[in-house]
Design a protein around this ligand. Sequence first.
Ligand code: SF4
Length: 255
Amino acid sequence: MSRAKGMAKDLEAITPRGSGRHLPQRNAEAAGEVGRILAVLDALDSAYGNDEMPPEALSTGEPLDGLILTLLSQNTNDRNRDMAYDALRARYPAWEDVASLTPAEIASLIRPAGLGDTKSVRMRAILEQIRSDFGAYSLSSLKKRPPDDVRRYLSDLPGIGPKTVACVMMFDLGMPAFPVDTHVARVSRRLGWVKEKMVPERIQEFLELVVPPERCGGGHLNMIEHGRAICGARHPKCEGCVVVGLCERVGVSGD
Ligand code: SF4
């Protein structure tokens, strides 16, 4: 059995339907696979050194700010996201003022991020929901709630998917989560941790089960750096890769 198939089988074994999220009794083979994943994370940290960086260091401070920033990042790059966010906050520093705008007014301000019509409607709906739930435009009180509650709450907000939830939990709330973007997904598949066609949402579930909570933030950041610098979609630089001895798909290109 290939490592990819073995890991996918493990995922099914450790997430039985209706069982909730828990670490299972693992057999020796699965424990060996987890050991290989941790060995990769160690090697990547030697190369990029993000384990020492607390994810909160990249936080905006207010989880609602982080949520809106991440909403704007959907389907665009960091530069365009930041341009849109900065334009919005420079003009309307208070969320209550943003909430009073029409979707068209918001869309014109966040145009650099793309999908302005969709994102503006979602932003308004999110702000209204949070104001209704907490009596203020703030998500700071989530810091005191259990991570499973926080995950459920954020997931129920309009237009918010698992990656955005994980980003807010990790960066803005200091909670364990492993956001899976295109780089993390590609590197996970190339290394043979998951099936080649496994979708990011399932990869995220897998990583959050097998990676110790204290390794999630650094692991996420290190995998993104590796995907950008070495393990690119078109031309992976396998000869200079620090995990070439632990990789199942050396020299394979594509996502
Ligand atoms: S050996 Fe190549 S394919 Fe594997 S992780 Fe490194 S760069 Fe990516």
